[in-house]
Design a protein around this ligand. Sequence first.
Ligand code: SF4
Length: 218
Amino acid sequence: MINDEIIGCTKCDRLIKYREFVEKHKKYNEEYWSRPITGYGDINGRLLIIGLAPAAHGGNRTGRIFTGDKSSDFLVSSLYSAGITNQPESRSRDDGLIYIDSYITLALKCAPPENKPLKCELKNCSVFLFNEIRSMVNLRAVLVLGRIAFDSYINYLKTENVDTKNIKFKNFAYYDINNIRLYCSYHPSPRNVNTGLLKKDDFVNFLISIRSYINGNI
Ligand code: SF4
């Protein structure tokens, strides 16, 4: 239901043009998905992961969140090392990837030019994100990947009348808010990874600590 609504969404003129008419990368001889990208995984899981938006030649090409690009390679191999996915690779919609006890979604469901969404586009799309969060009845922890995902979750908390003024984005910080722990990380973009801002070992250890928290071990 909610996913049908997302896939059929035409609220943002700029993004419709971009997702449908972005020039195909030479190395991909295939039809692009070119529609909004839904969340993926177990909506009854205890962990929610929020990313920014589909990449033009990643999710916008393959039709699945964090699939078929460099950010996906880093993220999913790290999640696998922490026991949060069943395999280290995310290449295509039929590759058998499973998110264990967790669900992953995006602050913005359509690929934006240069990975830079407009405020009005994030606001349009927040309805879907907020519905996804409210659907997760077993939620214990939320991991936000980057500042835009963080801001989107803060906007959700405001709708729940949470006082958010002392909650600041900081890499590997966490906050306990109404029985749900919010974890913050830099986005696993090639720029953050290649410059060493986000290091694989540190990120995996952070994910392991999230999993331990969910399982009640810390
Ligand atoms: S970004 Fe969200 S609100 Fe905008 S067109 Fe895509 S799905 Fe709809």
